[in-house]
Design a protein around this ligand. Structure first.
Ligand code: 5GP
Ligand code: ZN
Length: 113
């Protein structure tokens, strides 16, 4: 846990969030500023600052699996959805705790902005 990290504080319950599911390793919660009818965030419970710091076999596989399960649970798996990871400044990352966006419920544009 990083003391000054917003998402670590959500994991720890110090900041409220609309939690969808949680396990020992992964928390899924609703984005506070949704960009689609369904907009979930999937995060590791341990502090991982960005995609650059993720362990391939462990973090990424588990998080991707959880993101797909979250899409299925939200009922958007059949209609289609998008999983996004913003990494670093040019990637648009604003919270320095690894998170996957799961977006669905509307048609997505391409290319992304
Ligand atoms: P990023 O821009 O780093 O890829 O995504 C950060 C996401 O976290 C944004 O979509 C933003 O709306 C969301 N977010 C920021 N602060 C909070 C918060 O306090 N609670 C929740 N649920 N989401 C947050
Ligand atoms: Zn953190």
């Amino acid at each position: 846990m990083a003391e000054d990290c917003l998402f670590c504080r959500i994991v720890g319950g110090q900041i409220p969030a609309s939690i969808v599911t949680r396990t020992d390793d992964v928390v899924v919660f609703r984005d506070i500023n949704p960009q689609a009818p369904t907009h979930l965030l999937v995060i590791p419970t341990k502090h991982v600052a960005s995609l650059n710091d993720a362990d391939a076999s462990d973090d990424l596989g588990r998080l991707m699996r959880a993101a797909v399960d979250a899409a299925k649970g939200a009922g958007i798996a059949e209609s289609g959805y998008r999983i996004v990871i913003n990494a670093g400044e040019n990637g648009g990352q604003t919270v320095s705790h690894l998170h996957l966006h799961v977006l669905g419920g509307r048609r997505m544009a391409w290319p992304p902005g």
